[in-house]
Design a protein around this ligand. Structure first.
Ligand code: FMN
Length: 416
């Protein structure tokens, strides 16, 4: 069990973590995964634009950078424009991506997040998605997402192997670590949820059975990459959904993954039906939505923790580190608007990055274009094109640019 450090010995944002060790991070800034949606449709490979934006983040001083979710199966995409890594046919493109980061900042650590969307794949991409059980998405998503087919035993074993295959390729391509996406309602998270997983075999029912899929994925990944390669998970503190994964089960999962030897646990929350990850479910406007959960999680693990969701100011980031609740500060949206955020934080202890609440003013349009996500995707695309972010960009412009970049797909519901 880890105890809170006394303020005199507390880490700051610029304290290295595990210096010279397996994680070996130069500081506590952790760029959380953001789907770039920049791969050419049909090709699904990283491009020069991917290289450029990650090099910019690395040069900006972020210690650990996690890619947007990379899919383990090209027949199961979460969004058009996803990167897919399922074989070594174009491994040079992935090696070029990791090189770009290491050249921009040799101290930065570059991890890849790997994912399978399960039922959170829109109908126009996957007419017949798979999931632990044939439970459709609710919350108004029924029209855009098909009712999934329940996986059979062999398909489950095959998917576990796929996670491991992708993780092995991540390592071969020169990345410094891999992260299993176990949060936000995708396949791993669907297995954990009593609402989404109604199975009665060894993969469902009790909490232990629902945990089996993620533990088997972790074991298969670890067996492939060996003991010295960092393996992480992003998991939900809770699904924020009636009948969802929550409470003690989350702490029990942390304890189980820690006992298995996982290297870092990133805490988030929510899913497409209940998007708590970006703060819309929280009643307060305070930063660090999931920090209280992390403080409790500490009692169940001595593994490194990252907390993501809501961080904007240096003051809140430093307070979180001093509290001992987390080792890393997970940041997503703020880094799209300020890729040099760590440098600005070093120069100014009063620094804060206002990520705003972009809106067209028309609720249905905001929902259709997923403004809460696509606005930041547009900023990532600007960085990828070698442009500066545009924090003053109107939501309307983000709509227009999404339409230009994604074509017809921009007008179809892609995610929550
Ligand atoms: C454009 C965009 C894409 C995202 N894609 C992913 C993803 O691929 N994987 C993931 O785990 N989270 C993803 N997220 C969620 C973020 O990692 C993060 O959990 C969330 O934005 C809250 O952190 P923030 O307040 O610092 O933005 C995405 C968020 C945004 C805005």
């Amino acid at each position: 069990m880890t105890t809170s450090p006394s303020p005199a010995h507390a880490p700051t944002l610029f304290s290295p973590f595990d210096e010279g060790g397996k994680i070996g991070a130069p500081n506590r800034f952790f760029k959380s995964a953001m789907s770039e949606v920049m791969a050419v449709q049909g090709e699904h490979l990283p491009t020069q634009a991917h290289n450029r934006v990650y090099a910019r983040w690395a040069a900006g001083g972020t210690g650990i950078l996690v890619t947007g979710n990379v899919m383990i199966d090209k027949t199961a995409l979460g969004e058009p424009g996803n990167v897919v890594l399922e074989n070594d046919a174009h491994l040079d493109r992935f090696a070029s991506w990791s090189d770009a980061v290491h050249q921009a900042n040799p101290d930065a650590r570059f991890w890849m997040q790997i994912n399978h969307p399960g039922k959170q794949s829109p109908k126009f991409l996957t007419p017949q998605p798979v999931a632990p059980s044939a439970v459709p998405l609710g919350a108004g998503l029924e029209a855009a997402f098909a009712t999934p087919k329940a996986l059979v035993g062999e398909e489950i074993t095959d998917l576990i192997k796929r996670f491991a295959t992708t993780a092995g390729l991540v390592q071969r391509a020169g990345f410094d670590g891999v992260q299993i996406h176990g949060a936000h309602g995708y396949l791993v998270s669907q297995f954990l949820s009593p609402h989404h997983n109604r199975r009665t075999d060894q993969w469902g029912g009790s909490a232990e059975n629902r945990r089996r899929f993620v533990l088997e994925v972790y074991r298969a990944v670890r067996a492939t990459v060996g003991p010295d390669f960092p393996v992480s998970i992003k998991m939900n503190s809770a699904d924020f959904q009636k009948g969802g994964f929550e409470g003690d089960e989350a702490y029990d999962l942390i304890a189980a993954l820690s006992a298995e030897g996982i290297d870092l646990i990133e805490i988030s929350g929510g899913n497409y039906e209940s998007p708590a990850m970006t703060g819309v479910k929280q009643s307060t406007t305070r930063e660090a939505y999931f920090l209280d959960f992390a403080a409790n999680a500490r009692k169940h693990t001595s593994v490194a923790l990252a907390v993501t969701g809501g961080f904007r100011s240096v003051a809140a980031m430093e307070t979180a580190l001093v509290s001992g609740a987390t080792d890393f500060i997970g940041i997503a949206r703020a880094l799209t608007l300020d890729p040099e955020l760590p440098q600005h934080a070093a120069a100014n202890p009063d620094y804060t990055c206002d990520v705003g609440r972009p809106s067209t003013g028309i609720k249905s349009l905001d929902k259709m274009f997923m403004i809460a996500v696509s606005y930041y995707e547009t900023q990532i695309r600007r960085l990828g094109a070698g442009l500066e972010p545009n924090p003053k960009m109107s939501a309307w412009r983000a709509v227009a640019q999404s339409a230009k970049a994604l074509g017809l797909a921009a007008f179809r519901k892609r995610r929550a």
